[in-house]
Design a protein. Structure first.
Length: 334
């Protein structure tokens, strides 16, 4: 909590009148400040536009004020103060007062433990989530009695320690809901705005009871393991090229073989890369009239390894890279 001396308590007349103010310079990151003395009849409470003032006695809320003004507890000038005066007119003529800031605070969250997402393509994938959120006290009586009373937190950092864990759980709940609706790992980046809205829609169910409001969620980031991220990037590249995985790998093999012409096994590797690379070319360009100088020689023949029909004249299978040149009847030269 704030330092008990972080506000102004000004003594007045001989009758004990005191004016209580929460000075702006002392608010800082303190969400709440408890006046370190009980208020009594004749006291004056100053409430500003960015504040709530909440009156408690015996653990119960007597009233709270959310309109800026100087309130004197010597008259019935408003219904709220009138009720307070009547409440303070008995044997116990005092109560506690709490000030709370009404402004928004900005916090961050991040997952401590990964969320296991079951994806039809990649299996079980561990996800970690991060983001920024904006919050404020919306119902000061609930905040004091339920949040502060339960967790004992009233400074911004202490409040956000509690909020960020729940924000992570809300993101996980949104991921589960989206997954049930067909979300895949490859869709995550495009669906981040939708997930943010799902989280904001779920937030009141938890935070309302504590008198808190989550006003905004932004910068949501979902991190994938490195190997899954690489696979997702590969799949995206395949989609742009219009090829399948085998064809994409064939193209990568050709690039690797060309970059390492002196490597061991480069002849065999180049043969496989060239043959498979031709398959990539077929996948991207369709059937062509000739392959490596061929002249449209009929429908072709099946590959001795994978059984795929290979265009006549091709020296390698375009799908598995097996050589189509049979020597001495001893089978394919791989």
């Amino acid at each position: 909590m704030a330092n008990p001396t972080s506000s102004s308590i000004k003594q007045g007349s001989l009758f004990g009148s005191t004016t209580i103010i929460w000075e702006d310079a002392n608010k800082g990151t303190n969400v709440m400040w408890r006046v370190p003395r009980n208020i009594r009849l004749n006291d004056n409470i100053v409430v500003r536009e960015d504040e709530y003032a909440v009156f408690f006695r015996d653990g119960k809320v007597l009233a709270y004020i959310d309109r800026p003004d100087r309130y004197s507890l010597t008259s019935l000038n408003t219904p709220v103060v009138g009720g307070l005066v009547r409440a303070l007119s008995g044997v116990q003529q005092q109560a506690e007062v709490y000030y709370l800031q009404r402004r928004f605070f900005d916090g961050k969250f991040g997952s401590k433990e990964p969320y296991v997402f079951r994806d039809p393509d990649f299996g079980l994938v561990s996800l970690r989530v991060f983001g920024d959120f904006r919050w404020r006290v919306s119902h000061p009586d609930n905040f004091i009695s339920q949040f502060v009373g339960t967790f004992g937190a009233s400074a911004q950092a202490d409040v956000e320690d509690r909020l960020r864990d729940q924000m992570v759980l809300l993101v996980y709940a949104a991921l589960g809901q989206a997954k049930d609706q067909g979300l895949r790992v490859t869709d995550l980046a495009a669906q981040l705005p939708t997930l943010e809205q799902l989280v904001l829609g779920k937030a009141p169910d938890y935070f309302d009871a504590y008198g808190l409001e989550i006003n905004r969620l932004q910068g949501l980031s979902i991190n994938l393991p490195d190997d899954v991220q690489k696979a997702v990037s590969t799949r995206s590249a395949m989609g742009v090229l219009g090829v399948n995985y085998i064809q994409y790998q064939a193209g990568q093999a050709m690039t690797t073989a060309a970059a390492n012409p002196g490597a061991a096994g480069s002849v065999a590797g180049l043969g496989v890369g060239m043959g498979a690379g031709m398959g990539m070319g077929y996948g991207m360009m369709g059937q062509m009239g000739s392959v490596y100088g061929g002249t449209g020689q009929g429908p072709g023949r099946p590959c001795p390894r994978c059984g795929t029909m290979v265009p006549a004249g091709a020296k390698f299978c375009p799908y598995c890279g097996t050589s189509m040149e049979v020597s001495g009847g001893s089978g394919p030269a791989v």
